[in-house]
Design a protein around this ligand. Structure first.
Ligand code: SAM
Length: 253
């Protein structure tokens, strides 16, 4: 069933209004008609079933008839600090990370990032494209929230603006720590006492520099190895997210 996100301001007396690009998509691409049923998420918080009541230009009215109380979001607020990879890999990473339930993605320009988004115009175009991918992935994976994709930031700037309780860095040269060694992962499982928010860091294709690792450690970040094989940047982040979600009770954990 098709899913749409609407702002609270577009709902009155159980009638939600779908406008703009979504209205066009509903009518021209999905070819939906009055009487069809769709899912409507209001204010990235409440999910309803609704029946298309009227279609007028770019402003379709949907009568909400059933509130659905389904817990779709993870208890763990994850920010993925993704070392900016080459070309379209970022689009793949965003799509999969959204499906896995991240709350935010920060594209990080590391020393070894080969992609250089030179002008702010380049960055703005990329951020808009990436945010659209996150929006579509949120619809497809039936999320309540639409993760925020920030503008690309330099490594040091990202490090100076941390907001999560803990930082975990995927680091292939870490010799002693694995995920199970992280002090905030509750061994006896019930109740899961993970932290509420976590930053997960993955390097670009060329990896982190030693200086970058040292600087994250200065901020008390934990470096963990994800086993003995070298994972591609687009694999490492998704594996790390999935394992942390599982440990927090999400993804069936
Ligand atoms: N040093 C790597 C190499 O030899 O190819 C280059 C970096 S790797 C392709 C890209 C990123 O994935 C790394 O910066 C790290 O964040 C993560 N990564 C890959 N394999 C990993 C592993 N076994 N343990 C922890 N992190 C890993």
């Amino acid at each position: 069933m098709h899913r749409f996100f609407v702002d609270k301001s577009l709902v009155e007396n159980n009638i939600a209004r779908i406008t703009g690009d979504d209205a066009k998509h509903l009518e021209k691409v999905l070819r939906l008609k009055a009487g069809d049923t769709i899912e409507v998420v209001v204010g990235e918080e409440h999910e309803y079933l609704g029946e298309i009541a009227a279609m007028e230009g770019n402003n379709h009215q949907v009568k909400l008839f059933e509130h659905r109380n389904i817990q779709r979001e993870s208890p763990l607020n994850i920010t993925l600090y993704q070392g900016l990879p080459k070309s379209s890999k970022m689009e793949f990473i965003i799509q999969k990370a959204v499906e896995l339930g991240v709350a935010r993605i920060v594209p990080v320009i590391n020393k070894r990032s080969v992609v250089q988004l030179k002008t702010s115009k380049d960055q703005q175009k990329k951020q808009e494209r990436w945010q659209k991918i996150a929006y579509e992935a949120s619809k497809q994976s039936k999320r309540l929230r639409i993760p925020k994709i920030t503008f690309p930031v330099e490594f040091n700037e990202a490090l100076n603006n941390l907001s999560e309780e803990v930082q975990v860095v995927a680091y292939e040269d870490e010799k002693s720590w694995g995920l199970k060694d992280l002090p905030f992962i509750n061994k006896n499982k019930e109740p899961k006492t993970l932290v509420a928010s976590i930053g997960l860091w993955v390097g670009p294709e060329g990896g982190f520099t030693q200086d970058e690792i040292d600087r994250i450690k200065e901020k008390e970040g934990y470096t963990v190895a994800l086993g003995p094989r070298i994972l591609r940047t687009e694999t490492a982040g998704l594996a790390l997210i999935a394992m942390m979600q599982y440990e927090s009770g999400d993804l069936g954990g």
